[in-house]
Design a protein around this ligand. Structure first.
Ligand code: ATR
Length: 281
């Protein structure tokens, strides 16, 4: 039941109405018996900055931020965690009673959690990892992989200058490569992560010689509509272990929930099943 004390959190982005986050968070709230609600906020014509300023002081506990506002979320915040600063983006904003805005980034934790769940034999410290793309999502992934102990991260991008900018920001373990030279990265990688906004694989926007990856190389796609993307289908066809973007979404949602509502979500709810049902899969 919604009461006068109900704690409110939510998610904003553009578009926002098809976000799966409310399904995850509200299922956890119900199972935990917390007087809280999690809704989608459409920034509409007034824009993201006004939405954030309107929440200062705690009318809303906090919000998740998705495309295209993650970089702006970090810029607007008064304080940021190291995870958010290194990622150059925030997917969590908190609104404490002080009126300040705090930025955090749990996408990196989500990525690593997805690997833990779906590729438990893989670990970041075992060898080089390839990240495809050099936008905000890619930079967050690179930061998380370095923190988890990856000895080297190849950043393969159509526009190599953007990969070089990530290397300047995150240090010498980051190796930029232009997309046509992807093989140079793929052949010694323990994992390949798609963080581009292009479809990857047959029928998608990028055609990548995934067969040049070593046996056992884990293939991950941050996209999750559908959960098994053409890129993951291609990887599966080659017998490579796969990790999907839905598991990453769930992985970033759990620490977000803790930040908003003060406790870790209850483990007994199968939010993956709920999300798959909601998307007709
Ligand atoms: P996000 O914040 O989600 O990372 P972004 O900053 O727009 O989004 O980055 C999109 C990434 O997908 C970029 O790395 C982009 O490559 P460029 O830097 O060369 O633009 C990559 N991308 C998008 N469409 C692509 C395509 N058709 N082929 C190759 N790369 C593509």
């Amino acid at each position: 039941m919604i009461t006068g004390k109900t704690a409110v959190a939510g998610v904003t982005g553009n578009p926002i109405h098809h976000s799966l986050s409310p399904i995850l968070h509200n299922a956890w709230l119900a199972a935990a018996g917390i007087d809280g609600v999690y809704v989608g906020f459409d920034p509409g014509a007034y824009g993201f900055e006004r939405l954030v300023n309107g929440f200062r002081g705690g009318a809303v506990r906090g919000i998740n931020v998705t495309l295209p506002f993650k970089e702006e979320a970090l810029r607007l915040a008064d304080e940021a965690t190291e995870a958010a600063r290194r990622a150059g983006a925030a997917n969590v904003l908190l609104f404490p009673p002080t009126g300040r805005v705090l930025a955090d980034n749990t996408d990196g934790l989500g990525l690593l959690r997805a690997f833990e769940v779906q590729a438990p034999n893989w670990s970041a410290d075992r060898g080089p990892v390839t990240v495809l793309g050099a936008g905000g999502a890619a930079r967050g992934a690179v930061a998380a992989l370095l923190l988890a102990g990856a000895p080297q991260v190849w950043v393969v991008n159509r526009t190599v200058q953007k990969a070089e900018a990530i290397a300047r920001a995150l240090g010498p373990k980051v190796k930029p490569l232009p997309l046509p030279h992807a093989v140079g990265a793929l052949r010694d990688s323990t994992a390949v992560i798609n963080a581009t906004s292009a479809g990857v694989g047959p029928g998608g926007g990028l055609d990548l010689p995934l067969e040049t990856t070593p046996d056992g190389c884990v293939v991950m796609d941050m996209f999750y509509k559908p959960v098994v993307t053409p890129f993951l289908e291609q990887a599966r066809g080659l017998g490579r272990p796969i990790v999907d973007g839905l598991e990453m979404l769930i992985g970033q949602a759990a620490p977000s929930f803790e930040a908003f509502f003060g406790r870790w979500p209850p483990a007994e709810v199968d939010v993956r099943k709920l999300a798959l049902e909601a998307t007709g899969q």
